[in-house]
Design a protein around this ligand. Structure first.
Ligand SMILES: *[C@@H]1O[C@H](CO)[C@@H](O)[C@H](O)[C@H]1NC(C)=O
Ligand SMILES: *[C@@H]1O[C@H](CO)[C@@H](O)[C@H](O)[C@H]1NC(C)=O
Length: 620
């Protein structure tokens, strides 16, 4: 769900072309050909369903694809939609993947990012770093405001820059049936403040002077100190924990909360703010070994109601998290944007915080930041208690393991002229197969940003070729050379699928099938059997949900939860000489275990490297 999977190239001559909120001249997202999608669908099922199921589905596909049949009719509906809209998919996708999704955004939708640990060891250091970080974010925002952010390129093609314009001053609002997103980035309602939260207490901090210039770090630091000094009490109700609840419960609690005028003003202030900065209380100390996993959990869910989960407003698109012990990172609400714009922003900010402080402006005394007050009625108190309970169950249930693979990074596959992404995906296939003796439907997000308002489609990494490779890998009677060939072929298949999504034509199958299904709902025709089929359910049950962090300068880890109760979330960031992995699962599922998959993954990567180099002396 996060990121694009090929490398992003910023050509220097190309960079001269500046990005407006929509990149001019981008092609529209095409509707793939019906027969082609159906053929590819059957191909994608082959490794993950039984022959019997596959034959059954072939029958359903034949029925669906008949000339003059339901498939053609729905396809025509899609083509009409494509002519009438800027992007036939984007609005449907936003609703379907995010706004109508009712599980909590925490763990189930919002990713976390762990940034490198900072050197500071006390409150002064924490606040100085926070001030500098805020200055850095505002510096990035200036590029967006002035529309001077360079257009990005993928494989020589310009990308849609629209998502960059959706991440500031925006917030998700819970609703009884579906949520919505508000964006205050432009127009009269824009407000020059951020939200700062400390000890569960929210503050409105103006970060622009009256002449429109952003405050500098020294000024922000003093403001943060004032906030700190007036929020020392820790006995406050963790109001922000409400945002961790199931969306229906939260929607009810929200309406109840904003009945009170003061509460409503406070909530509006948070929603309108440019972003949030969470000054976190120290978490329990962790050994070196589990420290990174612990911080990943802190970024994903805050650690539980006793720790920092109430020190958040999870509906906010951007929350920068800075803890007293030097841990820092980000939690982001996924609906407005994929990972790449967020990572680009983080790269900018991390670089910015390394710059020495030079401007020391005369200090004009600034107003005390405004504390956002909440009147807690017994009903609201009750909602908070329920949200706490649900959250703590979720926190207990999340199994997360962050590991660093030290033996090589993307340098190794690159030296063999292989795609690092395909290499890692095949290692995942091998690891999963060794654990479960069968492959599973695998989701890898791929960018559709070469199309106007494009979001993502799915690379299905489990293929006929990947299955042949993983089956051969542990067979003693297979020669190394044969394994190498099978691996190369599997990686080629992955490469072709990737190109099918992004580089060439926007021709993957997942969003097209979803479109046909939604078209059936919109046309009020009865749901075609194809979408009620067991094989379809298996194909959509992604035991492996994966994403690559595209080329980041920062040595960061992104993490997210599994998308099914018995699956894994796997995010990886291949750096030059090492690979960062964050693997998640649910403790309530006896069959999954994040640390086990991490172990098998490491072994798979090691086993595959000599395969390619054709070194003797490996195997099992
Ligand atoms: C905050 O409190 C500390 C310790 O009492 C004090 O040294 C500092 O000047 C205060 N800062 C502000 C901005 O009020
Ligand atoms: C993965 O998916 C399959 C099919 O949907 C399911 O039967 C299986 O139990 C899942 N989980 C694991 C850990 O294999």
């Amino acid at each position: 769900t996060l990121c694009c999977s090929a490398l992003l190239h910023l050509g220097s001559d190309q960079a001269m072309q500046r990005a407006a909120s929509s990149t001019p001249g981008l092609p529209r997202l095409p509707v793939p050909a019906l027969q082609q999608t159906l053929d590819r669908y059957l191909l994608a099922l082959q490794p993950i369903v039984s022959e019997e199921e596959l034959n059954h589905t072939k029958g359903l596909v034949d029925e669906f694809r008949k000339s003059g049949g339901i498939g053609e009719r729905l396809q025509q509906g899609l083509q009409r939609r494509a002519r009438k809209t800027e992007n036939w998919l984007s609005e449907w996708w936003l609703k379907n993947a995010y706004l109508e999704y009712r599980l909590p955004v925490v763990v189930h939708s919002s990713p976390g990012v762990v940034l490198p640990k900072q050197e500071f060891l006390d409150r002064q250091g924490q606040l100085r770093f926070a001030a500098k970080l805020i200055e850095g974010v505002l510096d990035f925002k200036t590029m967006i405001d002035k529309e001077t952010l360079p257009v990005e390129y993928l494989g020589g093609k310009p990308l849609c820059m629209n998502q960059y314009y959706q991440i500031f001053s925006s917030c998700r609002i819970p609703g009884p049936k579906h949520d919505s997103i508000v964006n205050y980035a432009k127009g009269k309602k824009w407000s020059p403040h951020i939200t700062v939260v400390h000890n569960f207490q929210f503050f409105e901090l103006a970060v622009y002077s009256s002449d429109g210039s952003p405050l500098i770090a020294d000024q922000i630091f003093i403001q943060l100190e004032k906030i700190w000094n007036t929020s020392l009490q820790t006995n406050k109700e963790p109001i922000g924990i409400l945002t961790t609840n199931h969306r229906n419960s939260w929607a009810k609690a929200y309406n109840n909360l904003i009945k009170d005028k003061t509460n409503k003003e406070s909530v509006r202030s948070i929603e309108k703010s440019i972003f949030i900065v969470c000054l976190d209380a120290p978490m329990p100390r962790a050994s070196e070994d589990i420290y990174k996993s612990r911080v990943a959990a802190q970024m994903l869910h805050g650690g539980g109601s006793r720790w920092n989960s109430g020190n958040r407003w999870f509906d906010k698109t951007l929350q920068f998290i800075i803890a007293e012990d030097g841990s820092c990172g980000l939690a982001y609400e996924h609906a407005p944007s994929e990972g790449p714009p967020i990572v680009t922003l983080l790269d900018h900010v991390v670089e910015y915080t390394k710059k020495p402080q030079h401007v020391r402006s005369p200090m004009i005394p600034l107003q005390m930041p405004k504390k956002l007050r909440f009147n807690i009625t017994p009903e609201i108190k009750n909602d908070i208690e329920k949200a706490k309970q649900n959250l703590n169950i979720m926190v207990q249930d999340l199994d997360i393991k962050v590991t660093v693979f030290h033996y090589f990074g993307k340098n190794f596959p690159k030296s063999e002229k292989l795609s690092p992404d395909a290499f890692i995906q095949m290692a995942l296939q091998l690891a999963y197969y060794r654990m479960y003796g069968q492959p599973c439907a695998t989701y890898e997000s791929a960018s559709l940003r070469m199309f106007h308002l494009g979001r993502t489609d799915t690379i299905r990494s489990a293929s006929v070729s990947s299955l042949k490779f993983v089956e051969a890998m542990d067979k003693p009677n297979k020669q190394n050379q044969e394994k190498v060939d099978l691996l190369r072929r599997a990686m080629q298949a992955h490469r072709q699928y990737t190109d099918m999504v992004s580089a060439l034509t926007g021709n993957a199958i997942d969003r097209h099938l979803l479109g046909l299904k939604l078209q059936a709902i919109e046309d009020l025709v009865s749901m075609p059997e194809l979408f009620m089929d067991t094989a379809y359910a298996v194909a959509m049950h992604f035991n492996l949900s994966t994403s690559q962090v595209r080329r980041s300068q920062t040595d960061c880890v992104m993490c997210f939860g599994p998308v099914v109760p018995d699956g894994y979330g796997v995010c990886y960031n291949p750096m030059e000489e090492h690979i960062n992995f964050a693997i998640s699962a649910f403790n309530s599922c006896a069959e999954t275990n994040a640390a086990h998959l991490a172990h098998y993954l490491e072994t798979a990567l090691l086993d595959m490297s000599p395969t390619i180099l054709c070194l003797p002396g490996w195997g099992h």
